[in-house]
Design a protein around this ligand. Sequence first.
Ligand code: FES
Length: 604
Amino acid sequence: MATRQVTRHAARQATEQATNPDTRQATSMTYDRKKPEELRSHRWLGVDDLRSFGHRSRAAQMGYQREDYAGKPVIAILNTWNDLNPCHSHFRARAEDVKRGIWQAGGFPVEMPAISLGETFQKPTTMLYRNLLAIETEEQLRSYPIDGCVLMGGCDKTTPALIMGALSMNLPSIFVPAGPMLRGNWAGKTLGSGSDVWKYWAELKAGNITRETWGDIENGIARSAGTCMTMGTASSMTAIAETLGLTLPGASAIPAVDSNHQKMASASGRRIVEMVWDDLKPRDFLTAASFDNAVTAVLGLGGSTNAVIHLIAMAQRAGVTLPLQRFDELARTTPVIANLRPTGAFLMEDFYYAGGLPAFLMALSPLLDMNCGTVTGKSLGANIAKAENYNPDVIRSLDNPVAASGGLVILQGNLAPDGAVIKPAAAESHLLKHTGRAIVFDSYNDMNARIDDPALEVDADSVLVLRNCGPQGGPGMPEWGQLPIPKKLLQQGVRDMVRMSDARMSGTSYGACILHIAPEAYVGGPLALVKEGDLIELDVENRVLNLKVDDAELERRRAAWTPPPKRFERGYGKIFMQHIQQADKGCDFDFLEGDAPTAEPEIH
Ligand code: FES
């Protein structure tokens, strides 16, 4: 806590510095400019030998002349577009805006497609492939003649994956967020991605809306290209990218189809060329304070529980240790000040018009370290010095928060020795201290088969338990953690219950859902030992999650437990199962962790 207070004091000073033009220069970073022959790509394209002849002749094969690339930074545009990712459907055109900026600044753009992790269509979950995209990012950058990169992502896992890979390779990098889609609209009502799907699905099951209405909602909830427009995982992660200083200021909230998004893309293209000449790499400016800022921002946004896992993994790639408990420490003193669904009332379009992330960070600035560096070469404080809040109901002040705390809470106890996560601000408050009888589902299919069975002995005080849905059990921790309320309880008017699992949940979801229980049931975590009818105690204020069964009985159950059968005998799934780590460790592969340097490829 003492460190936190010192940091907050320093942040105030930095903000004052950043807003004073006379001292702003002091917050900028200075660099020695690179010479063309010092570019990484020079080894491929600039020298005079047999191999470089091959590289240049093949560049000519593609219609390029020497003046197109000679002595220029080669900039990779890692584009996560594909035809089954609606959130990135504008990226094909947007890559051209990025290229325009790179050409303008004297760089040589090369577009490189990377696996698109489309949240809606990819099964069982994009989380199974986050680390694959991270590997692809790192190895594409390593093996080609690349001097710097533009990372084009936004749909949930694409953001952490691209950043993880880029951090490990540590070339100059800038992130271009996809931007949120426009507000949903149906029958004069505003619809929010995900949140309103869960809400109206419950109303359909309760018999309160018709199938026809449900169909109308289907056609109104996703109106344009772009990511989910609630403060779900996509918007949380792109806000994190901006807070870490990996995007241009203000980039993350621009709606995908706003012409300002195109301008941001081309400006990012111009900026990355300068970053290469300045040799400004992400690990030059990302520090423990940068990650504290990112955690604080996601808490203040009422952001996604998924951000916990991704931030831990990203920090590890940057050589920063970010323990799970750090989220809880910062959560105790960070109010939720963004009035955005699913915690609040508004959507990302409203957030953008209110001033976007710069205005939000300015409102949160007493809790942030404004000296942290960014891709602009200036400090975070300097970047947001001119930010204004145009709607104090959307971006609240620290004195008038949406919730005084509780963006995220880390629970522990004999049911979660390595932790679990809950988002109290998005739950019904009477459930935050609760003891109830367990109803146990051994798998997602088991849950679907029984949850609406009229014979299920469940009431509003029961605790719904779903297991074998963790990193290995899912596999990939699918977003099944917002277990549906049983139909018979919906019809009685119940809209929230205590639910718990080793799965994740969509950042657009809400409710008293305890997630990421570690270790997971599939590897023999205590969740595997719960039996129907056991009492489970949740106490959010005291951070407790306990199974009210004595130790001797738990030992008996453990001795009788047998590991589930292997999920994969070959392929990527087998690698995944051998190397994936638990949620509290960020679910990175064990062999990808760390910041040890990797050798450059030999060129011959
Ligand atoms: Fe792509 Fe939500 S489905 S961001």
